[in-house]
Design a protein. Structure first.
Lengths: 103, 130
């Protein structure tokens, strides 16, 4: 009796988690399709790390170029083909990163 | 002997530099005007920070590199931060203003901005994809 109740709760819990995961998955997919997101870490010494998520449009490249022009030399960390072979993990994945650096 | 020193930076945009100085509460004035140094020596700089001891700090455009260099007689440095600390903070604020200006120009809006424990600034900007 008790066991079956726990089982029922467990199933319900799993179902909830499933629905939540499904919804958040949909949301993150939608935002990936419709939102361009840029994330910057500006370190205490002025170095800048840039991460691009979602669709990478041409304007992103323009933004990056404009920033690089004013922040000096930039070391680019290009995304390799291996990246695309990895299974899909979390949202907010970085698709490219660049660093500005002091010479 | 006391003399002017010029320190290289990666600062190329005057407006962002001025905004960075204002962020730090620095009382700067737009030039070109004179930076006062030891024994009446003078340099001309695009931004000047006057010091009460009669020796100034300036940011002077290097025409070759197109970068603003810090010009000052370091022996008479009279700021709450050390030279390195000052330049680091200016560089961080400068980078933040540069990133914000460049992204907003492309229609991005700030979604998140926070300072992390190690003093870095994390900035997230977003834009709807048409």
């Amino acid at each position: 009796m008790l066991l079956s109740r726990i089982k029922g709760k467990l199933t319900y819990g799993c179902f909830q988690v499933f629905i939540l995961n499904f919804l958040s998955g949909c949301l993150s997919t939608l935002s990936k399709i419709f939102m361009e997101t840029l994330e910057f870490i500006i370190y205490a010494d002025g170095r800048v790390k840039e991460m691009v998520t979602g669709i990478v449009g041409r304007s992103c490249e323009e933004v990056t170029a404009a920033i690089e022009a004013q922040l000096g030399d930039v070391i680019n960390q290009e995304t390799t083909a291996e990246y695309y072979q990895q299974p899909v993990q979390q949202d907010n994945q970085a698709t490219s990163q660049s660093f500005s650096s002091w010479v | 002997m006391s003399h002017f020193s010029q320190i290289r930076t990666k600062i190329r945009n005057l407006t962002s530099l001025q905004a960075a100085l204002s962020d730090l509460g620095t009382d700067w004035k737009a030039g070109p005007s004179a930076v006062r140094g030891y024994q009446g020596n003078e340099e001309t700089a695009e931004v000047v920070i006057e010091q009460s001891n009669g020796y100034d700090i300036g940011f002077k455009l290097n025409p070759v590199t197109q970068e603003y260099e810090l010009v000052a007689d370091l022996q008479y440095w009279q700021q709450p931060l050390s030279v390195d600390g000052f330049l680091n903070q200016i560089s961080q604020r400068y980078a933040l203003h540069t990133v914000m200006a460049a992204t907003s120009q492309q229609g991005f809006q700030v979604a998140e901005q926070q300072t992390t424990e190690d003093g870095a600034i994390r900035l997230v900007v977003q834009r709807w994809n048409a």
